[in-house]
Design a protein around this ligand. Structure first.
Ligand code: SF4
Length: 575
């Protein structure tokens, strides 16, 4: 991967350049943070001419390392007004990497918004008009493009919410069999893509000539060992059968499951929506239902699923913990079938299901519809896709919706909805939500994984733990690896060194790799500082500092000064 392709969405001009020696060392989230700080005015309008949408595979994007097909989207977020990196699986990322493209940068905005496709192949990169795709739902867009371009292309697209530049809009991708809709969901980057007038990006790598790795044998052996370590993890069976919802019952037990707009941490109907129940229903209903699916080629963890309706037809692919938590308990909806339908509507309209679940929870508190009203919730999501006045308010996310409806209990940090872990019962996540440049993001340094070793209700060690988790996340996002492959690095962090030696011939210790993670965090923080969205201005919502969360009855009580200590915490050179 040694070229940068820049597409000016106003003039249509495409420029291809070779990467510098410094840029060669950047990938995924690191590349995005560096490009944004270097090229995007931090105070610019996220939907204006000066913001950029950057698409970047990770450093291992063109290798067979398990899950390395994950890739990153980045830009200034219309939701947080700070730096945003959002990564996703699917097929397109590995294809971009195979074409030797380190970054695809969409610049400027068209004078008048059009519906266009960006075609990228070994021969050319070009914009074409596609008015027939205007306001098409996500799966229909995939289907039309699949019929037009064939089975081997990778497809990225936005739904109507992105075209209408709604701040909760996501960017969707699909898997090798078009069974799943996966999303670079957080931060509203779908709106940035919409502001560039790009409905879809189609990647054709048939004539790609990927550059050979420095040492293919070393890379292959390291990957084999890595995959074996993942497969021998005792939790792998749970992940494959129950997906990310394997944690649902534990989250409920810990009292951190957002319920009725973050007014409780346990949900009465939790068993009906657990990972175990998902698997049982898939077994019972058969048909198109399936668990243990990879969202990106070569993933051995395979945490994705297709959840079937009672007749066995696909209701949604995939049903994950976060989306269930926010669209389910947070809206007092305890039926998997209803949650699956809501999740599918979010996918089709092209909005982040976390942001939307939180938004509907606030709308329910404001009595727009009652808690537990699944039909009403479906109508609200449809209205987002239709762009009604109410839909346009809801599509701007939980903060705008709360303000318009006069609700003060708004579960958001830095303008972005809090995901499926209430920080009053998992205080380490509160530290991450406040100090990470990403805002309230479950992938930025999730303390759920350390809930056994660090008391989730205590203050002690939360800052140290969050720092470690944030650095880990930044490293994985830079490599292009999924967060769910982190386990083996605990016992063998030098796997990173082997991967990078095998791919590039670089001699790096794990301490050097850790510096990459720290560099990401510092660069992102600097962008946010210049954008005026540093942590001192955006804390945990006030109601969470005052209102005890049942049943643990804890409030969020970590002072800002304690959280800011994170920047001086020194980490040992271990995973
Ligand atoms: S572990 Fe799950 S989310 Fe990660 S790449 Fe595999 S299927 Fe996708």
């Amino acid at each position: 991967m040694n070229s940068i392709i820049r597409v000016n969405t106003r003039s249509g001009k495409v420029e291809k350049s070779q990467v510098s020696a410094e840029e060669m060392r950047w990938g995924g989230r690191l590349l995005i943070s560096k490009f944004l700080l270097r090229e995007v005015p931090p105070t610019c309008d996220p939907l204006g001419r000066f913001n950029k949408l950057i698409i970047a595979p990770g450093l291992l994007g063109d290798t067979p390392v398990t899950t390395a097909g994950k890739f990153s989207f980045g830009g200034k977020s219309p939701l947080t007004h700070g730096v945003k990196e959002s990564d996703v699986g699917g097929e397109a990322g590995a294809k971009i990497a195979r074409l030797g493209i380190k970054a695809l940068v969409l610049e400027d905005t068209p004078e008048t918004l059009k519906t266009r496709i960006l075609m990228v192949s070994a021969k050319e990169t070009r914009l074409t008009d596609a008015p027939e795709l205007k306001h098409k739902m996500v799966s229909e867009t995939f289907q039309i493009l699949r019929e037009r371009f064939g089975p081997s292309v990778g497809i990225i697209c936005i739904g109507p919410a992105g075209e209408m530049m709604m701040a909760s809009a996501c960017i969707a991708v699909t898997d090798a069999h078009d069974a799943l809709v996966r999303a670079a969901a957080r931060g509203g980057l779908g709106a940035v893509m919409g502001s560039k007038g790009i409905k879809a990006v189609v990647i054709d790598d048939l004539e790609a000539k990927p550059s050979p790795p420095f040492d293919a044998k070393l890379l292959q052996e390291a990957n084999k060992e890595f995959a074996q370590m993942l497969l021998s993890d005792p939790k792998i069976g749970n992940r494959q059968r129950f997906g990310t919802s394997a944690i649902m019952m534990v989250a409920n037990e810990l009292g951190l499951l957002p319920t009725r707009n973050f007014s409780a941490g346990q949900f009465e109907k939790v068993e009906e929506i657990s990972g175990e129940t998902i698997a049982e229903k898939i077994d019972e209903r058969k048909g198109e239902g399936k668990y243990g699916m990879p969202c990106t080629r070569g993933c051995v963890v395979r945490c994705s699923n297709v959840f079937p309706d009672p007749s066995g037809k696909k209701a949604v692919g995939t049903l994950q913990y976060e989306n269930i938590a926010l669209l389910g308990p947070n809206c007092d909806i305890g039926s998997l079938d209803e949650i699956a339908a809501l999740n599918n509507l979010c996918n089709q309209v092209g909005v982040d299901a976390i942001e939307t679940g939180a938004t509907i929870g606030v709308a329910m508190e404001a009595k727009v519809i009652p808690f537990g009203d699944a039909e009403g919730a479906k109508d609200l999501i449809r209205q987002i896709g239709q762009g009604t006045y109410l839909g346009r308010i809801l599509g701007q996310g939980v903060v705008v919706t709360g303000k318009v409806l006069g609700i003060r209990r708004i579960p958001a940090v830095k303008g972005q909805a809090i995901p499926g872990y209430d920080p009053r019962a998992l205080k380490g996540n509160g530290v991450t939500y406040v100090t990470s440049a990403m805002g309230a993001d479950h992938t930025a340094g999730n303390a759920f994984e350390t809930a056994k070793s660090v008391n989730p209700l205590g203050i002690e060690n939360q800052v140290e733990s969050s720092k470690k988790l944030q650095v880990r996340a930044a490293i994985l996002d830079t490599m292009g690896l999924c967060l769910f492959v982190r386990t083996p690095f605990g016992s063998k962090p030098e796997l990173f060194s082997l991967f990078l030696k095998g791919r590039y011939g670089w001699d790096l210790t794990y301490a050097d790799v850790q510096k990459i993670g720290l560099d990401v965090l510092e660069t992102e923080r600097e962008f946010n500082r210049r954008a005026g969205v540093s942590e001192e201005f955006y804390g945990i919502p006030e109601f969470m500092r005052e209102e005890p969360l049942p049943p643990k009855n804890s409030v969020y009580d970590i002072p800002l000064e304690e959280m800011q200590r994170i920047w001086s915490v020194k980490l040992p050179a271990s995973w």
